[in-house]
Design a protein around this ligand. Structure first.
Ligand code: M6R
Length: 610
């Protein structure tokens, strides 16, 4: 939520920061702005709307050249998305950009008598507080330290001082910030995408730290002035991965990247003895053998990946597994203790709800494993162990390859637990892994057959409501299919457990209502037959049935207004395939409707406020 970039070096700061903001625009696109120190004062431009509006404003009213600049792209929390509420906020000689929420901003505002506020944001108090510290004689680092300790809530703050133009100072608490180190040039940003064009060498920061950047380098200290622990890392993807590569949308590109993302996530998981190894899982087998409960905690699409995982993990390990929305977890006083394994799932690694859940779980002495796609993010850093998905950067706000690679990581974790706890023989684990290894090819088969789903999207462009049904692991797929459609097409879309239909939702069924139904493979006949009966029930009431079932399932085909064929796989792995047509459908319907698929209204990629 909100993207921040700062640059110090020999390039044109305006160019670097604008291109960084464009790469971070997925984090928020309500407004954007940029500031730089020029000849003893701050020069800035800011504009409501997307970065294109800011770029146009700068073209009309150019900024002078500077090798130091900071910029911001906003997802509004306090104050409407107007020019005035856009960042940077300037107070005399200082300019700041902020990501997060300053919870005590009202109290701080009241203390700042005499200060002239020009916005309704919580952020502007930080600019005035810093300004006062500087006017009182403090340097920018000490000023930032003093202000940071006054702020409550979550914040990344980046500041420049017009009277000290070769310095950028940033502070972070509960909000993302990474440092990029180039050759004689330095970057601070909400994520590495902002500077990947210039360097892949980055520094992961800890909590409550202050970063100072000057032409001499980067120095990091803690809020109390003491030494700070940081970790250098190398970003394992490049600029090309963060570009559209000929696709109309990042989302469509990311849907098509899934076979590779899944293959990459599976890579190197078997040792020479054919055993499953999870190198990053820094929890000993002894500890994992003692676990008596698993709680999966996540939000949005990642939560739906967790719902699928429950079926696989319980089946393979016989360990009871609960799945909980991160935003609800700590508020219901969950029963979590040192024998509980908490598994958090987060593509971005920065979701505030999930992070708070982790902290709560660790306070109860539970072990926490994070499944995450983002190196250097807060969630893996604050967890006991991590399983990285190797999906590469996911830039479309609607998660796609994030979801399918999370499923892979969950399957791997389930199989690993089954292995260390002796619930599965080695050959059984190896057999399931071999089946997982065939999934990229099966997914490619689904992608190669995309035309019927694209045609369907064009046909259904004027629909105002679409329902999704599934049973067993097909149920979370239905929920995820509905979420994709809500996010992108802005229409009523709901997912139901097929068996629940008769308990109420069937009243929604009307003539020609489009209903997607995920049919389990024939390996689980009892399950599949029930779903086929559910389709017959809605068909009898006039629904238009779009049936996703395995090739050769003629009973399912007979109930279908439109039949979407899936390759034959075992039931537990079917979500990897069944979700793909639903992603394509949502992407295409939104495209036909003329919506911005990558940046749907009101959303942001990384939700860093609770
Ligand atoms: O980065 P995370 O996986 O923690 O994000 C969780 C949700 O915010 C995210 O999945 C959201 O629901 C997506 N926009 C769904 O497409």
């Amino acid at each position: 939520m909100c993207g921040i970039v700062g640059y110090l070096g020999n390039r044109d700061g305006l160019d670097v920061v604008l291109s960084g903001l464009r790469r971070l625009e997925y984090r928020g696109y309500d407004s954007a702005g940029i500031a730089m120190p020029v000849d003893g004062s701050i020069e800035w431009r800011k504009k409501a709307g997307k970065i294109a509006n800011l770029a146009a404003a700068i073209e009309q009213d150019p900024l002078p050249g500077s090798g130091v600049a900071i910029g911001h792209t906003r997802w509004a929390t306090h104050g409407a998305p107007t020019d005035a509420n856009s960042h940077p906020h300037v107070a005399g000689r200082v300019a700041i950009v902020h990501n997060g929420i300053i919870e005590n901003h009202d109290a701080l505002r009241a203390e700042l008598d005499g200060a002239e506020f020009s916005s309704e944001t919580d952020s502007e108090v930080a600019a005035h507080l810093l300004g006062r510290e500087l006017d009182g004689g403090a340097g920018l680092v000490d000023a930032m330290r003093a202000v940071s300790t006054k702020l409550e809530g979550a914040f990344t703050l980046v500041a420049i001082d017009a009277q000290d133009p070769q310095r950028i100072v940033a502070a972070r608490r509960n909000s993302p910030l990474v440092v990029g180190k180039g050759d004689g040039e330095y970057f601070v940003a909400s994520d590495v995408a902002a500077f990947i064009e210039y360097t892949r060498d980055a520094v992961e920061l800890g909590q409550d730290q202050i970063v100072e950047i000057t032409p001499d380098g980067v120095s990091v200290t803690s809020f109390d002035g003491g030494p700070a622990q940081t970790k250098d890392f190398h970003v394992d993807w490049d600029l090309e991965a963060a570009q559209k590569q000929g696709f109309d949308w990042y989302m469509r590109k990311e849907i098509f990247e899934q076979p590779k993302a899944v293959a990459d996530t599976l890579l190197g998981r078997l040792n020479e003895r054919g055993e499953l190894v999870l190198d990053e899982l820094r929890i000993s087998p002894e500890t994992l053998r003692r676990i008596n409960k698993i709680v999966i905690v996540a939000a949005g699409t990642s939560f739906y990946a967790g719902l699928v995982a429950k079926y696989a993990i319980e089946h393979w390990t016989r360990i009871p597994c609960e799945v909980e929305l991160a935003s609800e977890f700590r508020y219901r006083d969950p029963i979590v203790d040192p024998m509980t394994l908490v598994v958090t799932i987060s593509q971005s690694g920065e979701t505030a709800d999930t992070l708070m859940a982790i902290r709560h779980a660790r306070e109860q002495h539970a072990k926490v494993v994070a499944i995450c796609n983002t190196n250097g993010a807060t969630i893996p850093r604050e967890s006991d162990a991590v399983i990285y998905t190797h999906a590469g950067p996911e830039i479309g706000v609607a998660s796609t390859k994030g979801f399918t690679t999370q499923l892979i990581a969950c399957y791997l974790l389930g199989l690993y637990l089954a292995q260390v706890r002796g619930m599965k023989y080695g050959d059984e684990v190896a057999g399931l892994l071999r089946e997982l290894e065939r999934m990229p090819e099966a997914m490619q088969g689904v992608l190669d057959n995309q035309q019927p789903i694209l045609d369907l999207a064009a046909e259904l462009v004027d629909e105002t409501s679409v329902l999704f049904l599934g049973r067993h692991v097909g149920y979370p797929v239905a929920l995820e299919g509905a979420l994709k459609l809500k996010e992108l097409a802005y229409i009523h879309a709901e997912g139901f457990a097929a068996g629940e239909l008769k308990h109420g939702p069937i009243a929604l069924v009307s003539q020609d209502l489009p209903m997607f139904i995920v049919v389990p493979p024939r390996g689980r006949d009892q399950l599949r037959d029930k779903v086929i009966s559910n389709i017959a029930e809605v068909r009898a009431r006039g629904a238009r049935t779009i049936v996703l079932a395995e090739a050769g399932d003629d009973d399912a085909r007979a109930q279908a207004s439109t039949f979407i064929e899936l390759p034959r796989v075992s039931t537990l792995l079917q979500p990897l395939l069944a979700i793909v047509p639903l992603q394509l459908f949502a992407c295409e319907l939104a495209t036909v409707k003329g919506h911005d698929v990558d940046q749907p209204r009101n959303l942001a990629k990384s939700v860093t406020v609770e």
